[in-house]
Design a protein around this ligand. Structure first.
Ligand SMILES: C[S@@+](CC[C@H](N)C(=O)[O-])C[C@H]1O[C@@H](n2cnc3c(N)ncnc32)[C@H](O)[C@@H]1O
Length: 237
């Protein structure tokens, strides 16, 4: 991991680092693979990765999606970025021996990465945590190659009413924009070919639900049927 002295500057990012370091220590980083696997695989299919792609995985957590992509971009590279260094320690351990994946500790709003680098960007269940989503989009446009493609996948957005239950319960602030607002935001920050899709979660739902977010398994099924929001856009050529 590329550890610099003080990569996390803002109070918002320090809070995110602290919160997600706790998630990592509690094993929740690894659990997320099970939760996000089906919607991420559908997104990976749409990304149409090529062997020479250079891919950024923004908010990579423990890096399971980075490793899936590294298996495809055999002549390219995957860089996973995350604000939580504890997530990245786990990512690095799990990536031992994989030559084309590396991890960088830092904030989405200030990426220590060169201009015009990435042909594809994936971000899974991370974008709504960013205090300044516009700054993150400006950074993404800067580090993406001309014509590069961006794929932002989120389960928390205004049009999925179930996900709004999380807003007051999470220990860090989140953004709950609608699909239409995200499209406008991407366009405002210089992206073109902006489109949105819903990605239903097709993973099996147990007959009974005992967690805290849904009243019963039927609600969970409905949440999964509504699906995640996938935002796709290009950096102009
Ligand atoms: C819900 S987890 C998802 C992790 C991973 N993409 C997955 O699906 O397993 C959100 C991740 O985004 C990271 N994150 C949140 N805010 C961030 C920011 N401002 N910059 C970089 N990473 C951030 C968190 O540390 C956390 O690892």
């Amino acid at each position: 991991m590329n550890i610099r002295t003080e990569p996390i500057q803002s109070e918002a990012d320090k809070n995110l680092q602290q919160e997600f370091n706790q998630w990592a220590a509690a094993g929740r980083g690894d659990e997320m693979e099970g939760h996000h696997s089906d919607i991420t695989d559908q997104t990976l299919a749409l990304m149409n990765l090529k062997p020479n792609d250079r891919v950024l995985d923004l908010g990579c957590g423990t890096g399971w999606a980075s490793r899936r992509m590294a298996r495809v971009v055999t002549g390219g590279e995957v860089v996973g970025v995350d604000v939580a260094d504890e997530m990245l320690r786990r990512a690095e351990t799990a990536s031992t021996g994989i030559g084309n994946v590396r991890y960088l500790w830092g904030s989405a709003e200030s990426l220590s990465l060169a201009d015009n680098t990435f042909s594809k960007v994936l971000s899974v269940e991370s974008f709504y945590y960013y205090a300044d989503q516009g700054a993150a989009l400006d950074e993404l446009r800067r580090v993406m190659a001309p014509g590069g493609r961006l794929f932002i996948l989120i389960n928390l957005y205004r049009d999925n009413h179930y996900s709004l239950r999380w807003v007051g319960e999470l220990k860090v602030p989140v953004q709950a924009l609608s699909e239409a607002e995200y499209i406008t935001l991407l366009q405002k920050h210089g992206f073109v070919d902006v489109e949105a899709r819903r990605i239903p979660d097709r993973s099996p739902t147990p007959e009974t639900y005992s967690g805290k977010w849904f009243k019963n398994a039927e609600e969970l099924r409905d949440f999964k049927r509504i699906g995640a929001l996938l935002l796709m856009a290009s950096r102009p050529r």
